[in-house]
Design a binder for this molecule. Sequence first.
Ligand SMILES: [Zn+2]
Length: 419
Amino acid sequence: MKTIEIRNAKHFASDETVTIYIENGVFTDKISGDADEVIDAKGLTVFPGLVDMHCHLREPGYEYREDIKSGTKSAAKGGFTSVCCMPNTNPVCDNAAVVEGILRKAEQVGSCNVFPIGAASKGLAGKEIAEMGLMKEAGIVAVSDDGKPIATANLLKKVLEYSSDFDLPVLNHCEEMSISEGAMNEGAISTALGLRGIPAIAEEIMISRDIQTAEYLDMPIHICHVSTKRGIEIIRQAKKRGVKVTCETCPHYFSLTEEACQTYDTNFKMNPPLRTEDDRLAVIEGLKDGTIDCIVTDHAPHHIDEKDIEFSLANNGIIGFETAFAVGYTYLVKTGLISLADMIKTMTVNPSSILKLGRGTLEKGMPADVMLADLNETFVYTKEEILSKSANSPYIGDELTGRVKLTIAGGKITYDELR
Ligand SMILES: [Zn+2]
């Protein structure tokens, strides 16, 4: 394996100019002799490779939207070196054979580490618990029914109890289905547009259910893609009481609002939906005070035929790997709201520690997952540069600052814009 030396890079947290050495796929103090590859990182900032604990790679079953090869290429372009893929594939990732298939494929054609998340219930049907033990042996890092919530409080209780036997975190998509039928956030704008709205309480009711169940059992729970002010406040209060709750949000919830739906552009349609300005500010507040632990992409590729239709009929979800870092930098750091080091924690060590991945740092002896970015580069994000198979991004045409220039996963260069 090639030895690599990265020179003249500015450390993301200390601001010092550092030299990074990579040998045998890990960070080292020094390498014997000259490095096989010397990268001059003058003007660039060095970061740990980013970790995304929530994405959809679509393989097996939906390769027309994305596959492991294209999805991990897209991730590497966004500076990600580890991604955790949700189980709503076809067949569903609810057994060891599918987990093994994903890992084998990632090993063969992947451009980053892939950590599969297994289904909590068989077939994501919300009835019987999936074979967590066998899936854990095969390599899953968590369980979730994402795309859907864990259907009932009774099932959640069983899932929390059973998963704890295997030390598997439970990640829940919080949506009370009985009141969530709609295409966008419920409010004055949905009424004006004549679209059915999803009320904020659809999310908040289930966050409360999850927290109360976790508190009752004294077991950990992770809340996926939080988007509402009240939901964040419920989590904040629970954390104060000592409930073992963690949560995540996505770049679109701190950079966009429901107003974008007025264009009827379906690239602004996702679930949970874009909320109000008040909610957006609360997401930023939650990131600032640590109530929100992680920023994830919820990368959800869809074919143009699933998006280029009526707003109410279009699929939910947007791609996110290639813009997450720049959107975070542009909206949180450049604006002075959050320090660069704090933002990076939510995209590296925090998700890594929730899922016990052992990634997300530049420490000696750790896997050499690293990312170089130019924080002075402002660019217009174009459809032409997208590496994902799908192009359902709400940021196309937007000006963003902070461009990923080079990504190295496990000592191997996986994305390179420097040459
Ligand atoms: Zn979800």
